[in-house]
Design a protein around this ligand. Structure first.
Ligand code: SF4
Length: 372
């Protein structure tokens, strides 16, 4: 059985009293660009504070280029959510400053409960996380007993704690394939587009939660085809959180890390890229001789809420980062008992991907269905 079941529609454009999460609210909170002098001063202040506080920066590819460059320059990391989690866990610094969205900070805290995890803005969240509240998700799981619960990293600690496996877009295919090979039937949450892509690729028996990323959900196949006619030599790189008709036009489908790899290795000089446009900074820095064009989010039937950039990622700023380092505010807290339970599926994912990296079959870490 393969089904998309409508669970909950999250309306992002209607602010609710006291709710800090709709996109208009988020865009209103995006800080102004600093002047060149302010930028220099903020960077100097952050460099000094990182040393004084024994802290390291961990930034996602979708945040402001300043936060990506400074992370690398100061010995931190810029990456996708899988490698951010691993890096934060393994780095000796006692304070992690996570530039990204809330679930990334929570994952870092779950993996390193003894460390202090700070974020530039604690209201930076994610439509996938917001659209998958624990009470409804738990009821959905109860309706499907016997299914292995696989959730995407973009979820709350409580949803992770209710799951069997965590995945990110860079390892979801491998993990679901291994689960299928061991006889598992899957309950997948929350991204319906990524879930249906994985289902098409693996043929696994899956039921889906009805969530979407407000950035990738906006890419438009009709307009993408028109753009491709203007750049007939361009290769199309698509993140699998995009709708199926957009994925169908891709020359390469994959996570942010896979998109970077494809751009480096494919024999082409022009690329149309369907993912958050924060990625363009890394793509252009690493491939200065290549042309990267944003895939369209506008056109027929467009109601663009994001225009290819995540409003919550955009809330991260140099000023916010300097402030939290200075004051120790915006610390991520996760209930220790919940964190312990949420850690199990994360550890499974990290062990699986570490085995794959080491050239071992990750599938040996997946129990056959019916086994303990
Ligand atoms: S880009 Fe999409 S998946 Fe990523 S944090 Fe923003 S809303 Fe969530």
């Amino acid at each position: 059985m393969n089904a998309v079941i409508p669970i909950l529609d999250v309306e992002y454009e209607q602010p609710l009293p006291g709710n800090a999460c709709d996109t208009r609210h988020a865009w209103a909170r995006v800080p102004a660009e600093p002047s060149p002098q302010e930028r220099r001063e903020l960077k100097d202040r952050i460099r000094r504070l990182l040393k004084e506080r024994n802290a390291v920066m961990v930034s996602h590819y979708y945040v402001h280029p300043d936060l990506q460059d400074l992370a690398e320059e100061t010995g931190g990391m810029v990456s996708d959510s899988l490698e951010m989690a691993r890096f934060g866990r393994d780095h000796p610094a006692q304070t992690l400053v996570v530039s990204g969205v809330r679930f990334m900070g929570e994952t870092a805290k779950i993996l390193s409960p003894e460390k202090r995890v700070l974020m530039p803005d604690l209201d930076a969240t994610c439509s996938l996380d917001l659209g998958c509240p624990i009470a409804e998700f738990s009821a959905f799981c109860d309706q499907h007993p016997g299914r292995t619960v696989v959730v995407y990293a973009n979820t709350s600690a409580a949803v992770k704690a209710r799951s069997d496996w965590l995945v990110t877009s860079s390892c979801a295919l491998d993990i679901v394939r291994a689960l299928k090979d061991q006889g598992h039937r899957i309950l997948w949450a929350p991204d319906k587009h990524l879930g249906s892509y994985i289902q098409r690729e693996t043929g696994a028996d899956m039921v889906f939660w009805n969530g979407a990323c407000i950035v990738h959900d906006e890419f438009k196949a009709f307009e993408l085809e028109a753009l491709k006619k203007q750049y007939p030599q361009a290769k199309i790189l698509v993140h699998p959180e995009s709708p199926a008709d957009v994925v169908a036009l891709a020359d390469s489908v994959g996570s942010t890390s896979a998109i970077l790899k494809a751009a480096r290795e494919m024999d082409a000089k022009e690329f149309i890229v369907a993912t958050d446009n924060g990625m363009m900074h890394k793509l252009r820095t690493l491939n200065p001789d290549k042309l990267f064009i944003e895939a369209p989010t506008a056109g027929n039937s467009a109601t663009c809420k994001s225009c290819a950039h995540c409003p919550w990622m955009a809330m991260n700023s140099l000023a916010g980062l300097a402030q939290v380092l200075e004051t120790g505010s915006n610390e991520i807290q996760v209930d220790p008992a919940l964190g312990q339970r949420a850690r199990l599926p994360i550890d499974r994912m990290l062990a699986f991907t570490a085995a794959l990296k080491a050239g071992q079959p990750g599938g040996s870490l997946v129990p056959h269905i019916g086994a303990a």
